[in-house]
Design a protein. Structure first.
Length: 444
């Protein structure tokens, strides 16, 4: 009997070894950030604004990174490095600077597994911004309750109090000694988190911890935080998300109340400079060299509009907001929201209020969130009373109240007689470049 069990035992061990090896293989489309062998691809990092790091002189930046990285291999109380590899696991003793990817990422889907110990506190930084929270959800003393620990891990803990995503929707942590699994999807500033297969953050805006008036960076590293307690990581896989998929993710969220305003075939229901526009491959395009304004022939007060747009290199256009149907939308409508290829060199010296998403000549939008010329962008604009909010590719780049803008500060001293319009048309203000629009919908 003893001899007959040996083959089974050997086969069982081989099967478990094979299963572990297969489990460590990245799913299709993903790459392994941790190779299961060493810290190749990782450097040290800290709670430090990634934009600030990139702005440092090369030598100073390199020295700072070298300093952080050196702490990763320093020995802890047990004589072992703070960060080390044991088997196929990346282990941290709770000290040293954070494991940080050398590569920066934009939109992505991140998979990872972690296992921690009682009273530990950790997290995952996205594009260098804290953080998707990890902690001991069994702690229920007064301080822990105030911090939100009993609500569980997975929330965007550094968001403002009461903001969506700060606290997880449900508690989904596993018991100590068991591995937890994260799936994190980030598109623009929008983050969704699944913990052990349960949705705990649903498409919430991640606030920029370093400057809440500025959105999170377009790109940045993934960081694994260390905070005083041992944590083990494995199966860390990432898949970069392209523009088409990102737009689909954004367009599928929050669709309630939106109705199409263009059929993609002709200009039925549209008025104004229709003759200056044409339809190409199902897109609405202003003809090269034309500059007329076309608008949906339905007057709007408060509304949200969704669309995709695509600019050629150096392309220039605009969204007419509460347009009267006559005159120049940049001054005669409530405003013109600029549509522009911000990356074009010829625009490098523009007034900030002329870049994409700006209330033209009045309020500047945050720059740098448009895609490369030739790629489709997804944008949602919300107009309520005198306020305008512009979300581009998942990131809010403008959130302003035009009634509070001092007229004496308007660009070039121009007046804006249409600024206080309560109603008007929505349309496109052409500026001679063949900018394309598609998938237009409005919610009143």
């Amino acid at each position: 009997m003893i001899h007959s069990l040996k083959p089974r035992f050997v086969l069982s061990c081989l099967f478990m070894t094979l299963s572990a090896a297969l489990a460590a293989e990245p799913p299709q489309g993903f790459t392994a950030l941790f190779n299961g062998k060493d810290l190749d691809g990782w450097r040290g990092g800290s709670t430090y604004d990634h934009r600030k790091l990139l702005s440092l002189p090369d030598a100073e930046r390199a020295a700072q990174i070298e300093k952080w990285t050196a702490t990763m291999t320093q020995p802890g109380k047990d004589g072992k490095p703070h960060w080390r590899v044991e088997g196929d696991e990346l282990v941290n003793d709770g000290f040293g600077d954070y494991a940080t990817t050398k590569k920066d990422y934009g939109d992505f889907e991140l998979l990872l597994e972690y296992k921690t110990v009682p009273k530990a506190d950790s997290g995952v930084y996205l594009r260098g911004v804290p953080q998707v929270q990890i902690w001991d959800s069994t702690e229920d003393d007064e301080k822990s309750v105030k911090l939100g620990k009993p609500k569980g891990s997975g929330g965007l803990w550094n968001n403002s109090a009461g903001a969506p995503g700060k606290d997880p929707l449900v508690k989904a942590d596993k018991a100590f000694g068991e591995w937890n699994k994260f799936r994190i999807v980030m598109v623009g500033s929008r983050v969704s988190v699944w913990l052990n297969g349960t949705l705990v953050v649903d498409h919430a805006v991640m606030e920029n911890y370093y400057d809440r008036k500025t959105p999170v960076p377009v790109t940045g590293p993934i960081q694994l935080q260390t905070h005083g307690g041992e944590i083990r990581w494995k199966n860390i896989f990432l898949r970069e998300i392209g523009a088409e998929e990102a737009n689909r993710i954004l367009s599928e969220k929050g669709t309630a109340g939106f109705k199409p305003i263009w059929n993609g075939k002709d200009f039925e229901g549209w008025a104004g400079a229709v003759a200056d526009h044409e339809i190409k491959d199902g897109d609405m395009v202003i003809k090269q060299g034309k500059s007329g304004t076309i608008h949906w022939n339905h007057e709007l007060g408060d509304f949200s509009v969704r669309m995709e747009f695509n600019t050629p290199p150096g392309g220039n256009n605009g969204l007419a907001i509460r347009h009267s149907g006559e005159g120049n939308p940049s001054v005669d409508a409530m405003c013109e929201l600029q549509v522009l290829d911000d990356r074009a060199e010829k625009y490098a010296k523009l007034d900030p209020r002329q870049f994409h998403g700006s209330a033209y000549g009045m309020v500047a939008a945050h720059k740098g969130y448009t895609r490369q010329a030739g790629e489709w962008n997804f944008q949602e604009v919300t107009v309520k009373g005198s306020t305008i909010k512009v979300e581009l590719n998942g990131t809010t780049i403008l959130d302003t109240d035009l009634s509070k803008v001092d007229p004496s500060t308007f660009m070039d001293g121009k007046t804006h007689p249409g600024k206080d319009r309560a109603k008007g048309f929505f349309g496109f203000a052409g500026h001679t470049d063949p900018v394309r629009f598609r998938n237009l919908s409005v919610k009143e």
